[in-house]
Design a protein around this ligand. Structure first.
Ligand SMILES: Cc1cc2nc3c(=O)[nH]c(=O)nc-3n(C[C@H](O)[C@H](O)[C@H](O)COP(=O)(O)OP(=O)(O)OC[C@H]3O[C@@H](n4cnc5c(N)ncnc54)[C@H](O)[C@@H]3O)c2cc1C
Length: 374
């Protein structure tokens, strides 16, 4: 154990959206110095390895750091988000965080940034490029890795895939050069939705797509998540509707019925009762397009294994072929359900203190850190 060769007020591990939002508020509201460490080569966290057609699913106005607007302040005029606030693409999110780091954080002289660096604990991190170890002495440690966002390109599916099966994360879909016999989308969260929409938008007929949906999801109507005055009635109406539904509900089931009746929740298939809710938002146009896939939804539980000629699921099996492309959308964005104290001695662990707002929550927690002594 060598002596520390780096010192700062804060050691922040993770330069994803959470670490960046936290550091930004400290920069604006304090004189603190900080060291930011991350395994990726650029700030932005999971957006480094996102699929080429990814976008935010909430308006850009809610994302990024407090001191710099990510939103272009305009509505989409074309496409499936037409009429609603702009959704930054993955490339835009990456370029944005690069600008924040290179033109704000580093020129401040108060931030030292160590990309390509694996944090090992106890103030120690190792450069993945050079192998060099550094030791940090900091007054506070900020764990901005805690939400454990997983994405298809970095996660290992929890089912078996036999040889001769064409299987890919949705990142590789744009590289398909020859139409397969069909597409099988595994997973029904935000990435599964994105994969289906991308195929449909690229002219793939619905009967070429099978959608393995272990559970149906309640979804949020994106029109209710807009930040502009034009959508005041949607946004505030949905909040009021939510409170009324919760107050008047006589059971959990009744609450979900009421939340749907007031327009807070929507679902793809109104004949099937959803049993999951991960906070994904959807536009009316996206919902209409996805409903074209209703006859092709496979509800037989989770995939156990994919063989060249069949897919074995918990509750049955369906045929497939080596000419089918199986697309992995089974990663679960925020995968950590654990809750721990945010402020715990010298350690700060940003978590969500506002529903569906990891980034706002991180900025808010940093403000509390900056403004209150205990
Ligand atoms: C496709 C998609 C779309 C999304 N859209 C939205 C949206 O519109 N709005 C919204 O609010 N949320 C959205 N989310 C949710 C997501 O949780 C947030 O986008 C947010 O990026 C989470 O940030 P994070 O910093 O917690 O995680 P990450 O982006 O995963 O960042 C964590 C960082 O920690 C680093 N790290 C981990 N361990 C170590 C270690 N030992 N040493 C060094 N570095 C380490 C990682 O390299 C990574 O860069 C979306 C998620 C996905 C997958």
């Amino acid at each position: 154990m060598g002596e520390p060769d780096l010192t700062a007020d804060y050691l922040i591990v993770g330069s994803g959206a959470v670490g960046m939002a936290f550091a930004d508020v400290l920069l604006t509201e304090t004189d603190a110095t900080m060291i930011i460490v991350d395994r990726y080569q650029k700030p932005g966290g999971h957006w480094n390895v996102a699929y080429p057609f990814v976008t935010l699913h909430q308006p850009s106005a809610y994302y990024g750091v407090s001191s710099r607007e990510l939103s272009k302040g305009r509505k989409d005029e074309v496409g499936l988000n037409k009429g609603l606030g702009d959704l930054a693409s993955g490339d835009e999110v990456m370029a944005y965080y690069d600008t924040v780091m290179r033109h704000q954080f580093l020129p401040s002289g108060r931030v030292q940034y160590f990309p390509m660096s694996d944090y090992k604990g106890e103030g120690r991190f190792v450069s993945m490029a050079s192998g060099k170890e550094r030791r940090v002495s900091a007054k506070k440690y900020v764990d901005a890795t805690f939400l454990k966002t997983t994405v298809p390109s970095t996660h290992t599916p929890n089912f078996k895939i036999e040889d001769d099966v064409r299987f890919m994360p949705l990142n590789d879909l744009p590289r398909v050069e020859r139409a397969p016999a069909g597409y099988v989308i595994v997973g029904a969260g935000k990435t599964g939705i994105d994969a289906c929409l991308w195929l449909l938008e690229n002219g793939v007929e619905p009967d070429m797509i099978q959608w393995i949906m272990p559970r149906d999801a309640w979804l949020l109507d994106r029109a209710n998540t807009q930040s502009t005055e034009e959508f005041f009635e949607n946004a505030m109406g949905a909040q009021a509707g939510q409170m009324e539904a919760i107050a008047q509900a006589e059971s959990i089931e009744d609450m979900f019925d009421r939340l749907e009746a007031c327009g807070y929740f929507v679902r793809i298939d109104t004949d099937v009762r959803p049993s999951m809710f991960h906070g994904a938002t959807i536009s009316t146009l996206e919902l209409e397009l996805l409903r074209r896939l209703k006859p092709n939804i496979v509800r037989m539980g989770r995939v156990q294994r994919i063989e060249p000629d069949r897919i074995v699921l918990d509750d049955g099996e369906i045929p497939t072929s080596p000419d089918h492309i199986h697309v992995d959308c089974s990663a679960r964005a925020i995968s950590n359900d654990e809750i721990k104290p945010i402020f715990d001695g010298d350690t700060i662990t940003p978590q969500m203190v506002r529903s569906y707002q990891p980034v706002f929550s991180a900025a808010f927690i940093a403000h509390v850190e900056a403004a209150y002594s205990d």
